[in-house]
Design a protein around this ligand. Structure first.
Ligand SMILES: [Zn+2]
Length: 88
């Protein structure tokens, strides 16, 4: 059974609902989160790994990798609530 595609960033919860970060259990090569800058398959393979990256990103003041993509009314707390439970 194929694993579902993941359009939610495992690190920050960003989700455009279209572009998958992971598909069928494999990272989408070339995909990069416009919010936290996570590259699927790099820091988000394990919970421990992505927690390290998430902590670093938070410590930097949650900078957007693509500032132009940041919604005016962006709410980080609302976004992180969308992180799947298994990746929190
Ligand atoms: Zn992200």
């Amino acid at each position: 059974m194929a694993e579902p595609s993941e359009t939610v960033c495992r690190v920050c919860g960003y989700d455009d609902g279209v572009e998958p970060f992971w598909e069928g259990g494999r990272p989408d090569e070339g995909a990069i989160c416009p919010c936290c800058g996570n590259e699927p398959g790099m820091s988000d393979v394990s919970v421990m790994g992505l927690r390290g990256y998430r902590g670093y990103w938070l410590g930097q003041g949650v900078p957007w990798n693509s500032p132009g993509s940041r919604p005016k009314d962006w709410d980080i707390l609302e976004q992180v609530e969308r992180i799947p439970a298994e990746w929190r």
